[in-house]
Design a protein around this ligand. Structure first.
Ligand code: C2O
Ligand code: CU
Length: 457
């Protein structure tokens, strides 16, 4: 933490107030105002949901019952939908034979509801329950998953989605969620039983051999020509990154990681890394089948398709949804980072390979601090040759520099893919107090140490 930052925050260093750093920091902090709701307002209903985590089986491949772990016996778990202003009260019932928790990925929850064992709560033991209650301050596409032994629990099928509906909820013809996951299945259709293998650890985690959308390897979504669809994509994979290609469909990204963007854009080469979400606005074209594929790894992997069918309907006509305010943060790329994390690996630790942030492997890591309500820059410097989608709990950030080059991504994120040897600077104004996890969302990397905490105060 820089001296100027600390002194400025307690308001005693008048003699420093002319420094360019402080001036630009104040300016960027002011420019943030109005970007998103300052606090949650309970203005609606209280929605009660029970999520029972247990072993069960589902049909992923035709005719085969695959043993999984799931919420309420389905993979993905429930798609919880509430309106902005509603309070959500979720009772987690743990019927697994190991401890678990639920983390609400991307939701600005009160710190105690964040689901990180040893940081925000104790893990929920077998047979126990825990009640999560919060009022999401933001509309958008979020998801939830355990934060205990994530590489095994998420891979087994423990995840679901939370959609907080905005004012466009009734305007789209249909509003759907596609949860992307990949499964490493053996020939008998069961999950490959070894987790956190050396292979997973020295690569980008566990990549599967069957890709599913909402639990199906051949998801087909039917709609009438002319319908305007909001398609919400969620990457729930342990390690796989997708570059969704919409082919001849005219698709626009209108939200990233839940939050509406400042300017809609074509998906292009957008990398949907583990944890990331994008909302797509699509108008269904003439009758036909429109495949959506992934081309991240240079090969084409079918994801699912949209089947346009039936007689044409009138397309709902409304302006593309946009964020109310998005700071440009012109010149912010010159800021000296307040926190720097070097991403790397070393030999040793419980799995034989440890993934590290500044040479520390969680839980043996040092908590850093970010100043509440103050513009700051965090640098991720990937010294390794693997992929690291870095996720910060409880806050949104904006990418401002990639490999030394200023970039203007007109949207917030909670997870950014740091490619091999890449350095990324993100800027943020932390708005949520507490001790928040910061980790790689390749779950094997996180399991093997690539996690720390940041205290916002
Ligand atoms: Cu989606 Cu800490 O995780
Ligand atoms: Cu990683």
């Amino acid at each position: 933490m820089g001296v100027i930052l600390v002194a400025g925050a307690i308001g005693v260093s008048i003699w420093q107030s002319d420094s360019p750093r402080e001036n630009s920091q104040d300016k960027f902090t002011r420019e943030f105002t109005g970007s998103y709701a300052r606090a949650a307002e309970h203005a609606g209903n209280t929605v009660e949901v029970t999520l029972r985590a247990s072993a069960t089986s589902v049909e992923i491949i035709d005719g085969v019952q695959t043993h999984v772990w799931a919420y309420n016996d389905r993979v993905p778990g429930p798609d919880i939908r509430i309106a902005l202003g509603d309070t959500l009260r979720v009772t987690l019932a743990n019927d697994l034979n190991q401890p678990t928790t639920i983390h609400w990925h991307g939701v600005r929850v009160p710190n105690a509801m964040d689901g990180v064992p040893g940081v925000t709560q104790s893990a929920v033991g077998p047979g126990d329950t825990f009640v999560y209650e919060f009022t999401p301050p933001d509309a958008g596409t979020f998801w939830f998953h355990p934060h205990v032994r994530g590489s095994e629990q998420v891979e087994h099928g423990l995840y679901g989605t939370l959609v907080v509906e905005d004012e466009y909820a009734d305007q789209y013809s249909q509003d759907i969620v596609w949860v992307l996951d990949d499964w490493l299945l053996q020939e008998d259709g069961q999950l490959y039983p070894q987790f956190n293998t050396r292979h997973d650890l020295v690569h980008d985690g566990r990549w599967g051999n069957v890709i599913t959308v909402n639990g199906s390897p051949s998801e087909e979504f039917r709609a009438a020509p002319g319908e305007r669809i909001r398609l919400r994509l969620v990457n729930a994979s342990n390690g796989r990154v997708y570059t969704p290609d919409f082919g001849s469909l005219n698709a626009s990204i209108i939200a990233v990681d839940g939050m509406l963007v400042g300017a809609a854009f074509a998906p292009g080469d957008f990398e949907l890394a583990p944890g990331n979400r994008i909302d797509i606005d699509i108008t269904v074209p003439e009758v036909g089948t429109y495949p959506i594929v992934d081309r991240f790894a240079g090969r084409y992997n079918p994801l699912g398709s949209i089947r346009a069918d039936g007689s044409a309907v009138t397309t709902p006509d409304f302006a593309i949804p946009l964020a109310a305010h998005m700071p440009a943060w012109q010149g912010a790329a010159d800021s000296t980072p307040d926190l720097v994390y070097e991403l790397d690996a070393r030999v040793g630790g419980p799995y034989g390979v440890s993934w590290t942030l500044n040479n520390e492997a969680f839980p043996d890591s040092t908590e850093r601090r970010l100043e509440l309500d103050t513009f700051q820059v965090v640098r991720f410097d990937n010294a390794s040759t693997r992929l690291h989608p870095m996720h910060l709990h409880g806050q949104f950030f904006k990418v401002i520099v990639r490999n030394g080059n200023p970039v203007d991504e007109p949207y917030w994120r909670d997870t950014v893919l740091v490619n091999p040897q890449e350095t990324i600077d993100v800027a943020l104004v932390p708005t949520e107090e507490g001790s928040w996890a910061l980790h790689c969302h390749v779950l094997e990397h996180a399991e093997a140490g690539m996690m720390t905490t940041v205290n916002v105060s």
